[in-house]
Design a protein around this ligand. Sequence first.
Ligand SMILES: Cc1cc2nc3c(=O)[nH]c(=O)nc-3n(C[C@H](O)[C@H](O)[C@H](O)COP(=O)(O)OP(=O)(O)OC[C@H]3O[C@@H](n4cnc5c(N)ncnc54)[C@H](O)[C@@H]3O)c2cc1C
Length: 474
Amino acid sequence: MTMTTSAADPHTVRRALEGARPFPFWLDSPQAPEPAPAFEGSGRCDLAVVGGGLTGVWTALLAKERDPARDVVLLEADRVGGQASGRNGGFCMATLTHGYGNGLDHFPDELDLLERLGLENLDEIERAVTRYDIDCDWRRVGEIDVAVAPWQVDELAEGRDEMLAAGERVQWFDGPAMRAEIASPTYLAGLWSQDGCAMVDPARLTWGVARAAAGLGARICEHTRVTAIEPDGAEIVLRTRHGALRARRVMLATNVFADLLGAMRRRVVPVYDYALMTEPLSDAQWADIGWRGHQGVSDAGNRFHYYRRTADGRILWGGYDAVYHFGRAIRPEYERRRATFVKLAGQFLATFPQLEGVRFTHAWAGAIDTCTRLCQFWGQAYEGRVAYALGYTGMGVGEARFGALVGLDLLDGVANERTRLKLTSTRPLPWPPEPLCAGVVGLTSWSLGRADAHGGRRNLWLRTLDRVGLGFDS
Ligand SMILES: Cc1cc2nc3c(=O)[nH]c(=O)nc-3n(C[C@H](O)[C@H](O)[C@H](O)COP(=O)(O)OP(=O)(O)OC[C@H]3O[C@@H](n4cnc5c(N)ncnc54)[C@H](O)[C@@H]3O)c2cc1C
């Protein structure tokens, strides 16, 4: 990251992190529901959903909305919303392609349609929040990309021109206007995309969608890990530690955590993304910062921060480091990476020096299902009786509903404008096996940091990846 201010004092950073709980802020909520009973014994259903993140709970809800008579059971290994869906920044984006630029690279011929479907998807999420009275601090306030280095001003201006040409509603802030909107000495310009993003409490959204699905008759089972999946005649059997569930159709919504088919693992790698939450700021501190619009903010570097206000007056600050562990390893201890929290806290205080003395109350991480085209893909197995959706690469809060919608289309054998898309009918190139995979991710991450430090100039490695259409991002 390029900053115009000097780095924060290490002692101040250490003090700011003292006492921060290593637990996701959103999950540390009095509104967290009581655990649902585990699945035990044997049973049968029309549709089994494996995984209770946003992809899983939207699948359950949409399935019941489409066909109220369909018997739907959702099996979650731990708690609904306990992984990425309850740990994220809460930027609920319209884009289905990880942004307009990535969409243009991969799906230029259908991008207009994808943009429309993405906005419709966001509108439908908003309607569901209202219809089911989901209390999740939903705000359709948009997102501001801020430039914190001169080269980023040019890139943002290019993005503005493309978005205006595509008919999107955007507002440009020059340096003084941006700093008047949100007071950081690091800002050189800003681009506010007004329609394409809502801010939300993601855990409460996930719990709310699950509750709505249960209200329509879906059975939600927590603490129920599916350990194996096998076909048996016309049915699919899902084995759990204490039972077996037979289903006519199965939607796998397990993100990067389980590969029950042996087909998903090569196309996604788990990349850890980290976040901090401040204590509630005082009125005087908010008066120093402004930010009355509650927009989500991201800086425009390759390795970027995302940040936002919460309903109770805190700031969530995350991103920048994107950490991969050899062998696609996922372990709880990776969520407590002191070096990253120190780096993030220092960068926060450099962005908002007027907040010196503020404390962080929560510091956490989550695994992101990163694929080489940076946006979701789908697959099927066992003659179309099993489907899956994943690969959101850090942008699944909004996309997950679309993932569920297309997953159901595939399971129901429906052909429509969604299933005919190149987006939904192709898959990203797989990641290479180890040790190459760790080398590719490491070199790409290092090159992105170097590009940020050198006026955005991309080295030979990044230019080669650009040419073959491969990406890496948090
Ligand atoms: C720190 C962080 C910040 C992010 N910020 C944003 C953001 O601001 N905006 C955005 O759009 N995206 C963001 N993302 C990404 C977004 O959170 C994800 O793309 C999205 O939540 C994915 O939802 P999911 O349902 O596919 O996966 P998950 O929420 O991970 O759910 C998968 C579920 O499957 C369960 N499961 C796994 N294996 C089994 C099994 N064998 N049996 C039963 N259950 C199983 C897991 O326990 C888990 O609950 C962020 C992610 C992280 C980690």
